[in-house]
Design a protein around this ligand. Structure first.
Ligand code: BMA
Length: 326
């Protein structure tokens, strides 16, 4: 089906384009370089959490020398954010973290479990990217727990509850230039094992080159709803899109339904043009129980932060849509 410009509809302050399920907020982008009170190069992928009614983003900021650090942004409505005057987490100067964070800390995902906020992030160094874990009570100070994978591994996201008594995470070990979504288990959040592949790239789809978990999974009655990113290497460079999948609640390596088409594709100027064009990349989504709405935060073109919304039911429906009906 070809998408005509007439398919573009507006609804309130959000905009739906083509067959995207995500409605972009009309005030996008919500955070740009101009909103950062300290000197830096760019701002993008952000972890998201709602704490006592306040919206918190842990944003990835690239400093002027090109290393990524984290800063805190707060909002009362989930759309208008104020960024704190100073970074809240920078590469460690203490071992063993210092060695593996020398080139920066990237792409945080926040998960609340048992009343503690955990941040899984990518520690970057000359040895390649590997996963690390920290925790926080106030989002201002972060206590590092451990380096929790070997390189090359990215896109770690902790599940919001244990399954069969064990902590669970997604991760994405790389195999050459490709990579798939895996799940691993732990008793103590430090030692991880029992790893299994959850799902792989699809050679005949938009997610043919690499995939990785985006936001931490959302628990629904049907299963774990996971928003993930998929990459297609095109002649002019990679295109990053977002998709959705439903996984079994007791065995998240078991896929119940995977959407054939993306929930968000780079289309707007701010998604097309930037440090890395044609990128929409999410590290966090907030589920609002009262309205059954998901607010998904995403980095656009590695140059700003945006928000889009979708009804939870629309995302669930997309997971089970018959491919032949598209
Ligand atoms: C991925 C990650 C993201 C980034 C994306 C697009 O590999 O490093 O942080 O947004 O590439 O450049």
């Amino acid at each position: 089906m070809s998408v005509m410009i007439d398919d573009r509809v507006t609804s309130g302050k959000t905009r739906l384009v083509g067959r995207d399920v995500i409605h972009r907020w009309e005030g996008n982008p919500i955070i740009t370089l101009e909103d950062i009170p300290f000197s830096c190069n760019t701002v993008f992928n952000a972890a998201a959490v709602k704490c006592q009614g306040h919206y918190i983003l842990l944003i990835r900021v690239e400093d002027k020398r090109g290393r990524s650090i984290f800063a805190l942004a707060r909002s009362e409505d989930g759309y208008r954010f104020v960024v704190n005057p100073d970074p809240c987490m920078v590469p460690s100067t203490e071992e063993p973290f210092a060695t593996y964070e020398a080139c920066g800390i990237e792409d945080p995902r926040i998960t609340e479990t048992d009343g503690t906020y955990y941040v899984m992030y990518t520690a970057y160094s000359r040895y390649g990217p590997r996963l690390a874990l920290a925790k926080t009570d106030d989002f201002q100070t972060y206590e590092r727990i451990a380096l929790i994978s070997e390189p090359v591994n990215k896109d770690g996201a902790l599940f919001p509850r244990k399954i069969n008594g064990r902590y669970v995470r997604f991760d994405r070990p790389n195999v050459g230039s490709t990579g798939n979504i895996w799940v691993s288990y732990s008793d103590d959040l430090i030692n991880w094992g029992g790893s299994e592949v959850v799902m792989s790239t699809r050679t005949d789809h938009w997610d043919r080159s690499r995939i990785g978990a985006s936001a931490p999974p959302i628990e629904t009655e049907q299963g774990w709803l996971e928003i993930y990113h998929g990459v297609k290497e095109a002649a002019a460079g990679p295109i990053y899109r977002l998709g959705v999948v439903m996984l079994d609640l007791e065995n998240p390596a078991h896929v119940l339904g995977r959407a054939a088409i993306p929930i968000l594709t780079p289309r707007e100027y701010y998604e097309r043009v930037g440090d890395i064009g044609n990128v929409v990349f999410s590290c966090g989504a907030i589920y609002e129980e009262q309205t059954r709405q998901v607010k998904m935060y995403y980095g656009a073109a590695d140059t700003c932060i945006c928000v889009g919304t979708a009804k939870l039911d629309a995302l669930i429906e997309r997971c089970f849509e018959e491919e032949d009906a598209l």
